[in-house]
Design a protein around this ligand. Structure first.
Ligand SMILES: [Ca+2]
Length: 382
């Protein structure tokens, strides 16, 4: 039979491109099997009858004949090969018959007369979309703040006889950035979305000694975790990462993921606030959350307040960070970002407002006169 020969030629050609020693052996590796099955399936549009097993049902023969017609584009998914012993297995195949809608099917194949042949089609419905596609659809519906910049302005603010700079900025809410990864180490991916949201009353204030929350600086940073189950994406857990995201006059927030002992990923936020315009103080916080069966559990909550002119004890913070495998050199704890120091920390989302480029003379004028204003600064999301 002509087509049968063509099939053999096809498989032979495949063997030559691989290693002869590993081709056609009695027990080829699953990868070899997959390639052989894929090569056989691609011949189906030429003559579907020849590649149906003699043991296949009449119904299976009809199904194959209807789908694999001359001109059909057949795309086997080699990676989907699931062997069931040395001479049987399943593979996902996408078939595009001419003038018909494409279909994705799962075929059972058997090794018969030195050829892989179709035994049955077990599924003729397209499989449900993958979690990746479902997560991508959720993300596509968001307008991400990452990559955007917004103009903000300092104003002077007096409270209890003290002067404070305050960042006036547009009221922003929304997703800063996202990450698709296996956060609980169970082998299935989840979607993590980092959001800027209005502060909730239940949020803990983390050592906020310098500024009361202002209406314009109330937003906080949250992590939302989405699972994909039964074809639906659900927001299953959230964690509060950083309060008053733009309070203070220089702000850097990094949200990053770091591998944990459960082979999942802890979600951490490093939040650094500098007082620059009226003093040299800074306030630094790191929180980490671990996702598991009970949702997010906080595993690190450490903070450190200080001044450039003051040596402070960082041991407690170092010990806290050691819980998630982060080693911080003492001198760099508050001046270098963890994502820059720790190779295993992967940045997911960031927010930065830095007045560092404002000339010193203008800062002096701002400090000394009520009427002085500063040039705008940019808030950057990444
Ligand atoms: Ca998972």
């Amino acid at each position: 039979m002509t087509i049968g020969k063509a099939t053999l030629v096809g498989v032979t050609a495949l063997c030559l491109t691989l290693s002869l020693a590993s081709c056609g052996g009695k027990n080829p590796s699953p990868q070899r099997q997959a390639e052989q099955v894929a090569a056989a399936l691609q011949m189906l549009a030429g003559d579907p009858v020849a590649l149906v097993s003699s043991t296949a049902s009449a119904e299976a023969r009809d199904q194959v004949a209807q789908l694999f017609v001359p001109g059909s584009k057949v795309s086997p998914d080699v990676g989907s090969w699931a062997p069931d012993g040395p001479d049987k297995g399943t593979m996902v195949v996408r078939v595009e018959p001419p003038d018909q809608d494409p279909q994705t099917i799962v075929v059972i194949v058997v090794y018969e007369d030195s050829e892989w042949k179709i035994y049955d089609i077990v599924e003729d419905e397209p499989p449900t979309e993958s979690s990746k596609e479902a997560f991508a659809a959720v993300v596509a519906a968001e307008e991400l703040l990452a990559g955007q910049t917004f103009q903000a302005q300092f104003i002077k603010h007096e409270e209890d006889g003290y002067l404070f700079p305050r960042i006036e900025w547009p009221s922003l809410s929304g997703a800063i950035n996202f990450e698709i990864a296996d956060f609980d180490g169970d082998g299935e991916d989840e979607l993590l979305v980092i959001r800027l949201e209005p502060r909730r009353d239940t949020d803990q204030r983390i050592g906020d000694v310098d500024l009361e929350p202002r209406e314009s600086a109330m937003n906080s940073v949250y992590a939302h975790l989405y699972e994909y189950t039964n074809g639906a994406v659900t927001d299953v857990a959230s964690a509060f990462l950083a309060s008053e995201a733009l309070a203070g006059d220089s702000v850097q927030i990094d949200v990053f993921a770091i591998r944990n002992p459960d082979d999942g990923l802890d979600v951490c936020a490093e939040h650094d606030r500098f007082a620059y315009l009226f003093s040299d103080g800074h306030f630094w916080t790191v929180t980490c959350h671990r996702y598991g069966a009970d949702g997010f559990r906080q595993v690190v909550d450490t903070s450190y307040g200080g001044s450039d002119l003051m040596e402070s004890d960082l041991v407690a913070s170092q010990e806290a960070l050691a819980e998630v495998g982060i080693t911080m050199p003492t001198q760099s704890l508050v001046v270098e970002r963890i994502v820059d120091l720790h190779e295993g920390a992967k940045l997911i989302a960031g927010m930065n407002a830095n007045p560092g480029d404002i000339p010193y003379e203008l800062v002096e004028e701002f400090r000394n006169s009520w009427s002085a204003t500063l040039p705008p600064i940019m808030i950057r999301f990444s």
